[in-house]
Design a protein around this ligand. Structure first.
Ligand code: HEC
Length: 194
């Protein structure tokens, strides 16, 4: 046992020491930080995340838009994604952490008879809604898209880097009032947060 100890070099011991200090500091915060840099720049400009969020992030849930009256299947689908760190933090604290990005894809649909019945499947992207959590309010006086603890923006399918939104209060907020008690997010649609 003693021999085994002597074989561990001082460098290794220092490395172990530093690692444990780092680990306890990280765990001590009780919250995993989420990185918003894929979706917002230093000036507060929002974009659709420039990462392959379908593959690298986690799908929170899908909303199926019903077909027009008398029609079958679904007229559209809204698929919402976020970073894994956001989910980890939410499950720990019940809150969306700063840096959380929620991206809602609007998808067209194709409906067909399949062996399981009348089925609608996801088609092409028709646009995106993006929200970025920032409880510090540091961008509130920038571009009209920041307030109530979030950045808010919509993007048409043809331009994921430039929003067509100019005023979150008139273009977004009113419709999210029913979700105000859940930090403006319709959390009931996201089973992974339960
Ligand atoms: C017509 C009402 C309406 C408007 C306007 C609206 N939203 Fe939403 N939003 C909703 C509803 C309802 C949901 C959840 C169900 C769904 O997707 O249809 C939702 C969901 C979202 C989600 C997924 C996270 C969540 O809250 O569940 C994001 C992101 C989002 N909206 C962002 C925005 C942004 C940004 C704007 C403004 C540019 C905006 N919304 C404007 C009604 C609206």
């Amino acid at each position: 046992m003693l021999t085994a100890c002597r074989q561990v070099s001082p460098t290794t011991l220092i490395a172990i020491g530093i690692t444990s200090i780092f680990l306890s500091a990280t765990i001590g915060q009780g919250q995993t930080a989420a990185d918003p840099s894929s979706s917002v720049d230093q000036a507060g400009n929002i974009r659709v995340p420039d990462v392959n969020y379908r593959k690298e992030w986690i799908a929170l849930g899908t909303w199926a838009v019903a077909a027009d009256e008398g029609g079958l299947g679904s007229n559209g689908m809204h698929v919402v994604y976020t970073q894994e760190e956001t989910i980890t933090a939410y499950l720990e604290t019940g809150k969306f952490p700063d840096g959380a990005v929620l991206v809602k894809e609007l998808l067209g649909t194709e409906t067909a008879e399949m062996t399981t019945g009348t089925i609608s499947r996801a088609g092409e992207v028709e646009g995106w809604f993006v929200m970025v959590k920032d409880s510090t309010g540091k961008f509130e006086d920038t571009n009209g898209l920041w307030g109530e603890g979030w950045g808010w923006a919509y993007f048409g399918a043809d331009n994921s880097a430039e929003t067509t939104t100019t005023d979150y209060e008139s273009e977004c907020l009113g419709c999210h009032v029913p979700a105000q008690d859940n930090d403006w997010i319709y959390t009931e649609g996201y089973p992974v947060l339960r």
